[in-house]
Design a protein. Sequence first.
Length: 112
Amino acid sequence: MISDYRFGKIVIDGVTYTQDVIIYPNKVDSNWWRSQGHLLQESDLLEVLNEIPECLVIGTGAYGLMKVQEELIKKLESNGIKVIVGSTTEVSRQYNELNQMYKVIAALHLTC
């Protein structure tokens, strides 16, 4: 459960993280980094795809500066994954509700 998000900081299940995270149903990966920084690519989500989520929430940063290519979104959706993309501020609010309805994974960029 996400209880707080602010630029560069997120609180998940009572633990504070200050680096980008992927929230899985049973763990948090706090060492997530993309190969091209502010461009999300399929290779950055290999472990996520192995988990076969019903829903993938992608937080693009407080100001939405991380880019997600439309081709990647279409590929994920063609594999039956509901994809929600938005600023981390927006999607961190949605995550808790979505988590009650789907097997959801969240990939969240915490800064810009």
